[in-house]
Design a protein around this ligand. Structure first.
Ligand code: HEC
Length: 200
């Protein structure tokens, strides 16, 4: 009786060993066969739908759209979140209109002035100068040939906040628009800095 049990025990031990050897071989095979030999192939793909999306990729062609592109432009008239469309054009008439309509609603405080100064330093100083007199480094060093207007002129000193904001937004004469580069709040802070610090 006891001999039989021992024989059974030994048999099951042998079976376990076989399973372990089989699992080891299977594991080694899986490991070796999925190796990337030359960095040009992906090796075996067990779940190829995980590597190759069945969805269209953004920059691929697409037969479902008239223009053949997967990534479609936004619908005409779409307004990005947080962006308020600007109602005035780069014309003298609209500048006059913007000057009397637009009002800076931000509080004049140290934080806003500091931000305005910083943004002026990034976007305006190189042309209009540290003092706002139009003697910026680009002009003084003859890298920019056209004289930047003085922001301290008899015309600009009494100009309204809205006037300044409008020029920053759409540009003036040969000065480029900055509306697409500087967010609205910062355009008002630059205006505040010019009015409160440079023009005083
Ligand atoms: C690349 C140089 C350059 C940069 C940068 C620049 N400007 Fe100008 N700006 C000019 C020039 C040049 C003029 C004059 C344009 C003309 O008369 O055709 C001008 C005109 C203006 C005027 C109109 C002045 C007037 O008498 O009507 C204002 C206001 C003004 N700039 C403010 C700014 C502010 C604020 C910034 C920064 C956000 C800025 N500019 C950035 C070159 C620049």
């Amino acid at each position: 009786m006891s001999i039989e049990i021992n024989a059974k025990k030994m048999n099951s031990k042998k079976n376990i060993n076989k399973v372990l050897v089989f699992a080891f071989l299977l594991g080694t095979f899986a490991l070796v066969s999925s190796c990337d030999y030359d960095r040009r192939t992906t090796g075996w793909e067990y779940f190829d739908d995980m590597a190759h999306s069945t969805a269209y990729e953004s920059y691929t062609t697409n037969p479902n759209f008239a223009d053949g592109k997967t990534m479609q432009p936004p619908v005409v008239g779409t307004i990005p979140r947080g962006i308020v469309p600007y109602a005035y054009e780069k014309t003298d008439k609209d500048r006059t209109l913007a000057a009397v309509t637009l009002v800076n609603e931000l509080d004049v405080n140290k934080e806003n002035l500091q931000r305005g100064e910083k943004m002026y330093g990034v976007y305006c100083l190189q042309c209009h100068g540290e003092k706002g007199d139009g003697q910026g480094a680009l002009y003084v060093n003859k890298k920019y040939p056209y004289p930047p207007a003085s922001l301290l002129s008899d015309k600009m000193l009494p100009a309204s906040d809205g006037d300044m904001y409008h020029v920053i937004t759409v540009g003036h004469g040969i000065m480029a628009e900055h509306g697409s580069m500087i967010k609205s709040e910062d355009r008002w802070k630059i205006t505040m800095y010019i009015k409160e610090e440079l023009q005083k």
